[in-house]
Design a protein around this ligand. Structure first.
Ligand code: NAD
Ligand code: LMR
Length: 326
């Protein structure tokens, strides 16, 4: 018998990332070329019509793997039976706006969505939060889904990971495939720490192949502030590269990884990151689970940066706790 379709829900489906993401999901790039998918698009009422337009275009692609598209403004319906939930819908940061300003605006969105996932998701549900502030939005959703294993809630730092690969490859004149063990620690924000001390290029330490001034003064800030640089250049938040990273994150989660990658996952206290925070770590995917890479030595330089980003995550958690969201 043919495989039953996997239910994939995308929130913010009428937005810029949604537009770049849906066609890749429907073509089989998210779950593999043998896996049929049924799409559920969740939007706010004002954007349902635009989502319907995107669904018309999906129809017009005649994707062999697309088993259907449902559109709704009701979170309960959107997440009923969901296997893969991509929480993209949020308010993007505009010029001059700090991510902290987004906490209150976006926090309210992720509480009802977490509750709806708790109420209706399939037992194997996997959740990726893309909408910013992604780590803390993921925490809010996770906290309102007490019946779902916490490890199923993740936040996207794969775009930062891919940015780090690309910057390092360009600097050293190597292919991105020559790089292994890249990792992003902490928050998906300007405090994140892209780590070259564990990364390798052709099997040798990346940090030893670049000068320290470039690592500290160019590499780290370029990766960490890339989102803001894209907003400055495009006048809008990254969209196609964010959709690409979401595809990478879910594909690897489902299919497993050989190399390390980066994902915001619920901390088990590893590396001094307070338990329960959703922080980016070096991870591998095995048997449908992201696992934190264990046993790494963290030098003083890295420690200070990881601590700073984790401190910001703790502050975000405190801020949403004050709003009664966690
Ligand atoms: P966008 O404004 O183009 O689209 C957002 C969509 O979400 C809109 O269509 C809006 O109607 C919808 N929406 C708002 N509230 C909703 C709700 N409660 N339920 C369902 N839909 C809702 O924005 P975008 O460019 O697609 O970006 C989406 C989010 O992704 C932003 O928060 C952005 O900052 C974030 N982002 C994250 C990363 C990352 O690496 N984690 C990268 C890029 C962008
Ligand atoms: C990005 O990293 O491109 C985005 O998260 C930036 C943003 O704030 O929307």
């Amino acid at each position: 018998m043919a495989q039953a379709p996997v239910n994939v829900t995308v929130t913010g489906a009428a937005g810029a990332i949604g537009y770049a993401l849906l066609f890749r999901i429907a073509s089989g790039q998210l779950l593999g070329a043998d896996t049929p998918v049924r799409l559920r698009l969740l939007e706010i009422p004002q954007a349902v019509k635009a989502a319907e337009g995107t669904a018309m275009e999906l129809d017009d692609c005649a994707f062999p793997l697309l088993a259907g598209v449902d559109i709704t403004d009701n979170a309960k319906q959107a997440f009923d039976g969901v296997n893969v939930a991509l929480l993209v819908g949020a308010r993007p940061r505009s010029k001059g706006m700090e991510r902290g300003d987004l906490l209150e605006a976006n926090g309210g969105i992720f509480k009802p969505q977490g509750e709806a996932i708790n109420a209706g998701a399939a037992s194997d549900v996997k959740v990726l939060v893309v909408g910013n502030p992604a780590n803390t939005n993921a925490l809010i959703a996770q906290q309102h889904a007490p019946d779902v294993p916490a490890e199923r809630f993740t936040a996207m730092t794969r775009l930062d990971h891919n940015r780090a690969l690309s910057q390092l490859a360009t600097k050293l004149g190597v292919a991105v495939t020559d790089i292994s063990k890249m990792s992003i620690w902490g928050n998906h924000s300007a405090t994140q720490y892209p780590d070259l001390f564990h990364a390798q290029v052709n099997g040798r330490s990346a940090a030893e192949q670049v000068d320290h001034a470039w690592l500290e003064e160019t590499f780290i800030p370029t990766v960490a502030k890339r989102g803001a640089a894209i907003i400055e250049a495009r006048g809008a938040s990254s969209a196609a590269s964010a959709a690409n990273a979401a595809v990478d994150h879910v594909y690897d989660w489902v299919h497993g990884t050989d190399d390390w990658t980066s994902a915001g996952v619920v901390s088990d206290g590893s590396y001094g990151v307070p338990e329960g925070l959703i922080s980016s770590f070096p991870v591998v995917a095995r048997d449908g689970k992201y696992e934190i890479v264990q046993g790494l030595d963290i030098d003083e330089f890295s420690r200070a940066r990881i601590d700073a980003s984790v401190r910001e995550l703790s502050e975000e958690r405190d801020a949403v706790a004050k709003l009664g969201l966690v």
